[in-house]
Design a protein around this ligand. Structure first.
Ligand SMILES: C[S@@+](CC[C@H](N)C(=O)[O-])C[C@H]1O[C@@H](n2cnc3c(N)ncnc32)[C@H](O)[C@@H]1O
Length: 158
């Protein structure tokens, strides 16, 4: 992975004059990382599709239930969260590590805005690890090449 994947790298300029998909999603989830233009676009979208807020929240709840099951009953310890979005309540590593503190999570997103918020995702337990890869899901080889390195002990608990 290139240096551009490193959280803390100089972020791209954030344009708050146009709506942004990750911030609109954050708005629908009840988050605070959004701007008036995102809320206006989110409300406009909701007029066309009134169920969208329920869809966003149900989708997030599904993620939580799935990760809890995988870390618990299924015994999974490595998670690749592609299309991470902005940090929210109950991020994947928080759900997994509550059940299994040694869980290791690599987040992947291609949005520069998400990269600027990625530090909030790097709050691993001492027993586990979290990391962030700035990559496009349409380039799975790049993701699969980067993730194992991020799962090693060098990236543990920051
Ligand atoms: C609707 S949000 C989902 C957030 C979170 N996973 C959730 O369940 O609440 C979709 C995320 O996917 C990311 N995304 C969209 N296309 C992508 C791509 N080609 N590669 C990587 N990430 C992508 C967006 O930047 C955005 O953060």
């Amino acid at each position: 992975m290139t240096d551009s994947s490193a959280p803390g790298k100089e972020p791209s300029a954030i344009d708050t004059s146009v709506p942004h998909s990750a911030r609109i999603w954050n708005y629908w989830l009840g988050g605070k990382d959004n701007y008036p233009v995102d809320r206006a676009a989110g409300d406009q979208f909701r007029q066309a599709f009134p169920g969208v807020v329920d869809v966003a929240r149900a989708s997030r709840q599904f993620l939580t239930r799935s990760v809890r099951y995988l870390a618990g009953e299924a015994g999974i310890r490595q998670f690749l969260d592609i299309g991470t979005g902005l940090p929210t309540a109950d991020n994947t590593h928080e759900v997994a590590q509550r059940v299994a503190p040694d869980s290791r999570i690599v987040y992947v997103d291609n949005d520069p805005l998400v990269l600027t918020h990625a530090r909030a995702l790097l709050t691993s337990t001492p027993q586990g690890a979290t990391d962030y890869v700035d990559a496009d899901l349409r380039e799975p080889d790049q993701i699969l090449a980067a993730a194992p390195a991020r799962w090693t002990s060098t990236s543990r608990s920051r």
